[in-house]
Design a protein around this ligand. Structure first.
Ligand code: FAD
Ligand code: SF4
Length: 509
């Protein structure tokens, strides 16, 4: 017998493994404490992965494939990948096994260790999910002085022939980012979002009774995240019809009135490999070409860039830079993550909504992650290990290969500029420009100092002043230093004092 291991984020039913039913092959899947406990996860994330795994097993069993599946409470389950594999190999009297290359460094190392320490013959195969292999990225950037995403993205557009007219970009431009920065108007209705509901009370009870610690909340009788192949197709279709036409326009917008706006919420489906990124890109392009009179290219290009560009790029960065990347802390930040990240209880309205969304839905859209919670953590000097752990736990789509380059790299600039050309920091100006949080906030967005001054303002200038040695030569930051240096000494002192006062009582903000 041969054993084939399937990890919880390898739910690709179209993998060539499943083309033929073979009675000499047993597929194995485990719900393990090793995976639920390496960081504290959102309860909805744990439920979504277990549900998706069980559905995957059921679908493929229906097609005739043989499965051994350990649930969390299975008495044979030893909650450790190596021990469980040993058990299965012995139970099946198997002498060979195969696995699909994992997407996390941690698991990659563990699987290599298992393969080297056991006598069974072993083969590792591709997941057949991503556009690029682990090594494509290194090959593309070899000899180049920086890892510019835009260059990689254009290469991918050409290589995959996406949104092209001949050799040229459809519509004339490669990138329509400048058109994708509109504020969401008060008069415009918020869009519906795709959801279906199922009762997951039993599963939540099983997880809690097993002693797994989690964060966030769940409405167990109305769990709404899509987890099956059929639901993935419905969610994609819903996105194309209802959300794509305005996706790009409001990509960076933030509003109290909607937690999801025009975002697709397809990241969990893609990261668990239920939904293929190629399918998403191909269907999006085809839908656009069919409805060209109704959809502007800026909306479509903005969406495709996230998947064909950013998603593949972040994975490339991860495999190119690990394991050292996980240790980077460019600004030597060492503060604790403020306590309100775990409760949402803060008078900063923008932070309250971004954290509430995260805790209630295991989700926040990109600009909330980057310019609200990420921005604040960076300005507050939080240790990137703690920021990483929070992001890795709280989001339903968080898997280290994509979470870490986004958090440690793009959002915290802890990599010193491998991913981003400058830190993504802002004062209240940007948050007000792109959102409607400030109008209902306890704090005053226009004030830098004094009673109810917005914390983002003084913390922003404090950060600029504190890291002058590392940032003043950055060509994209020069303007900020010129503004800071135009303030007189007294103003600078007042702003810095205000920031220090806030930093000293950060949990009370
Ligand atoms: P949409 O806005 O609808 O975008 C479509 C798709 O594009 C997403 O589903 C995703 O697959 C892809 N995408 C968009 N931006 C990125 C990006 N920067 N990197 C990689 N893929 C991208 N994404 C994750 O999938 N997992 C994470 O753990 C994660 N952590 C993040 C942490 C921080 C601090 C930041 C700033 C971003 C993070 N992102 C992460 C990227 C992005 O925020 C999410 O992919 C997106 O919010 C998911 O929601 P959506 O499916 O509605 O995305
Ligand atoms: Fe956020 Fe400041 Fe605006 Fe309040 S005033 S919502 S804290 S940016």
């Amino acid at each position: 017998m041969k054993v084939r291991l399937i990890l919880g984020d390898q739910l690709n039913q179209k993998h060539s493994w499943f083309e033929q039913v073979d009675d000499n092959i047993i597929y194995v899947m485990f719900e393990m404490r090793q995976e639920t406990d390496y960081v504290k996860h959102h309860i909805q994330k744990i439920v979504a992965f277990f549900l998706a795994m069980r559905n995957f097993r059921d679908d493929l069993s229906d097609q005739g494939h043989q499965f051994i599946y350990y649930t969390l409470e299975d008495e044979k389950n030893q909650h450790d990948l190596h021990k469980n594999l040993r058990q299965v190999m012995s139970d099946c009297d198997a002498d060979s096994w195969e696995y699909q290359l994992p997407d996390e460094y941690r698991l990659d190392q563990q699987l290599i260790d298992i393969a080297q320490s056991e006598p069974w013959s072993c083969e590792a195969v591709d997941t057949e999910h991503f556009y690029t292999s682990r090594d494509d990225f290194a090959a593309f950037f070899e000899g180049k002085s920086s890892f510019l995403m835009e260059n990689f993205y254009r290469y991918m557009r050409k290589r995959e022939e996406v949104l092209l007219e001949g050799d040229d970009p459809m519509g004339g431009d490669w990138n329509y980012d400048a058109e994708n920065r509109k504020k969401f108007p008060q008069k415009e209705d918020v869009p519906e979002s795709y959801s279906q509901t199922r009762d997951v009370t039993d599963m939540v009870e099983m997880i809690r009774e097993s002693g797994v610690e989690s964060m966030g909340s769940i409405q167990a009788d109305q769990f709404s995240w899509p987890v099956t192949q059929k639901e993935a197709d419905e969610a994609l279709q819903f996105f194309l019809e209802q959300l794509l036409p305005k996706f790009g326009t409001y990509q960076d917008a933030m509003t109290e009135r909607s937690d999801f706006l025009f975002h697709s919420r397809l990241s969990f489906l893609m990261n668990s490999k239920i939904l293929s990124p190629k399918k998403v890109v191909e269907k999006t392009e085809a839908y656009f070409l069919e409805h060209r009179d109704k959809i502007q290219i800026s909306n479509v290009e903005g969406f495709i860039r996230q998947i064909l560009g950013w998603r593949e790029y972040m994975r490339g960065i991860y495999w190119h830079q690990m394991p050292d990347y996980a240790q980077l802390n460019y600004f030597d930040q060492n503060q604790e993550l403020p306590s309100f990240y775990w409760t949402g209880e803060t008078q900063m309205n923008c932070m309250h909504h971004a954290i509430r969304n995260s805790l209630e839905n295991a989700y926040a859209h990109h600009i909330q992650r980057l310019m609200i919670t990420g921005n604040f953590a960076l300005l507050a000097g939080v240790n990137p290990d703690q920021v990483d752990a929070w992001y890795l736990g709280v989001y339903i789509d968080a898997i280290e290969w994509v979470e870490m380059p986004n958090t440690r790299g793009m959002s915290q600039f802890a990599d010193g500029g491998i991913v981003a050309t400058k830190p993504y920091i802002s004062s209240a100006n940007y948050i007000h420009k792109m959102g409607d949080y400030c109008k209902n906030c306890y704090y005053d967005r226009k004030k830098k100092t004094g009673d109810k001054a917005c914390p983002f303002n003084s913390l922003y200038w404090h950060f600029i002043a504190e890291h002058e040695d590392k940032l003043s030569n950055n060509f994209r930051m020069g303007m900020m230093y010129r503004v800071w240096n135009r303030y007189d000494e007294e103003t600078q002192r007042d702003i810095l004092n205000q920031a220090r006062q806030y930093l000293n009582q950060i949990d009370q903000l």
